[in-house]
Design a binder for this molecule. Structure first.
Ligand SMILES: [Ca+2]
Length: 511
């Protein structure tokens, strides 16, 4: 339970230092968690200014035979065509024309009065001791939750080959629901993103189409007015798409042929309603290929209204600037890993082009950087990580590489935990580097010689590793490295912020 306290209250504890953060959720024991943090200063990292692309090479493989469903299953992924890695480090700064308003600042999502009233009568305040530092209390705010959500926690795992998504309770390891991700029962979903309040997930289908699903029945809509909510109760109870009343909306993105990245913005916390307003969803598409693929028409970035599913802003990035294609081939898979930073700016990696793109949440301008590998995350300091894992500093536009051995396994997700460590898949399991020193910490072997493509850290600080194309999701204790697993998935190909832990961290624990 310690971790539960940690997440939401952390902002009050003041964290401008990593020390506080480390203390949080890291009480005691910590085997192994020390090997990197004992360290030296932040400057040790080797700075290959600009172009990290070179050593990645093959890692970036992974999602090979594009488009086809088999893409999602394959553990036989061999990269093949990974493209050029020689581009110049710097940026092609590009502005787009539509600098709409949107001046939402995610960081103010925190409010300071913890006291008071739970809306849930049955629970007497679960833990009085976590009644935080009220020294900064202001009056009038009745909201119990200060930032994010810690009342429930789900991992939303795409069963790509089955065209469904699993809702897995991260605390009980029970699969509470499974849903189709497109009306036609197809779609090849891969990436999922959980909203800051934990109330919803959005799933991107690689064949196109975005679907929002509510996490809890109280948000679902009784569409047929029979007084009850018809919705999936587990993996063997998948309802027809239009009959599951927890599916909030679906936007088919009919004009597009490929759609991978998806990432919620935090929205703006409303202290009157204790809810987040103006939650948006970033996603990207391409429009000239077979389903799951794109061609030489460039990349589109969309920002979608989280309530309605309507596209509110679209930015086109021309082929000449950031090809959606693989190397110099005429078709491709396009944008891959994606995440928002503490200011809700969108970052994504473009596969087989070794490029990363940042889209500004306020101005909608975009910038292009060289580098990246496969999965992508942004840490609480606003630094961008690929899954090697290497760190990109936006201010200095330089890359830092791991110090030590953490061999790539074919591309994976990447995630920051609550102790200042960055996790990604490595051969035979998962491993981490210290996010300040870049020193490689521990490697945690997992069963089988599998690739654990889906890497995420949930809001309680547990590390998740989803076996590519298999049936298992592993939950790893960040201190003891003991793990549990859920064995009931169906050919998952998933990564991204599937638990919402990343959005929670960059919003609620920004440095
Ligand atoms: Ca109903």
């Amino acid at each position: 339970m310690k971790n539960r306290i940690c997440g939401p209250w952390a902002p009050f504890v003041v964290l401008s230092t990593t020390l506080t953060l480390a203390a949080c959720g890291d009480d005691s024991t910590a085997t192994g968690s020390d090997s990197g943090s004992d360290g030296s200063t932040t400057t040790t990292a080797t700075n290959t200014s600009g172009d990290p692309g070179t050593d990645t090479g093959t890692e970036s493989s992974g999602e090979p035979t594009a488009g086809s469903e088999s893409e999602s299953q394959g553990s036989t992924e061999e990269p093949t065509t990974e493209g050029p890695t020689t581009e110049e480090p710097t940026t092609t700064d590009q502005t787009t024309d539509d600098p709409t308003d949107q001046t939402t600042d995610p960081t103010e999502a925190t409010t300071d009065d913890p006291t008071t009233t739970t809306d849930d009568p049955t629970t007497t305040t679960d833990d009085p001791t976590d009644d935080p530092t009220d020294d900064t209390t202001t009056t009038g705010n009745q909201c119990e939750q200060q930032c994010g959500n810690d009342e429930w926690s789900y991992a939303w795992i795409a069963n790509s080959g089955e065209h469904t998504v699993t809702k897995l309770d991260t605390r009980t390891l029970v699969e509470e629901g499974r849903y189709r991700t497109r009306p036609d029962g197809s779609g090849s979903p891969s990436r999922t993103s959980v909203s800051i309040d934990g109330r919803a997930v959005v799933i991107a289908n690689r064949f196109g189409g975005l679907t929002k699903i509510w996490a809890r029945q109280e948000d679902c809509i009784d569409k047929n007015n029979d007084g009850i909510i018809q919705t999936s109760t587990g993996k063997n109870d998948v309802l027809p798409f239009d009959q599951d009343e927890c599916i909030a909306w679906h936007n088919p993105f009919s004009d597009y042929t490929v759609q991978r990245p998806v990432a919620w913005t935090s929205g703006v916390y409303n202290e009157e309603t204790c809810e987040y307003d103006d939650q948006k969803i970033w996603t990207t598409t391409g429009n000239s290929g077979s389903p799951g693929q794109c061609g030489q028409t460039g990349i589109w970035v969309h920002r979608v209204n989280g309530d309605s599913g309507e596209v509110e802003d679209t930015i086109h990035i021309p082929h000449a600037e950031v090809p959606c294609t693989i190397g110099n081939i005429e078709w491709g898979l396009g944008p891959y890993g994606a995440a928002v930073d503490p200011d809700n700016n969108m970052w994504f990696f473009v596969w087989a082009q070794s490029k990363m793109v940042r889209v500004d949440h306020e101005t909608l301008e975009y910038e292009v950087f060289s580098g990246g590998s496969y999965g992508l995350t942004v840490d609480t300091m606003g630094r961008v990580w690929d899954d090697i894992p290497r760190r990109f500093d936006y201010q200095s536009q330089t890359w830092s590489s791991p110090i030590g051995d953490i061999p790539g396994a074919g591309g994976s997700g990447v995630a920051e935990d609550l102790q200042g460590r960055i996790w990604s898949a490595t051969q035979g399991g998962v491993g981490w580097v210290d996010m300040e020193t870049m020193v490689v910490g521990d490697i945690i072997p997992l069963p089988g010689n599998n690739l654990y493509r889906g890497i995420s850290v949930d809001i309680d600080g547990f590390i998740w590793a989803i076996q590519l194309g298999g049936t298992s999701a592993y939950k790893i204790d960040p201190e003891t490295y003991e793990y549990e697993f859920y064995d009931g998935l169906n050919s998952p190909y998933t990564y991204s912020d599937m638990t919402g832990g990343q959005l929670n961290k960059v919003t609620c624990i920004p440095m």
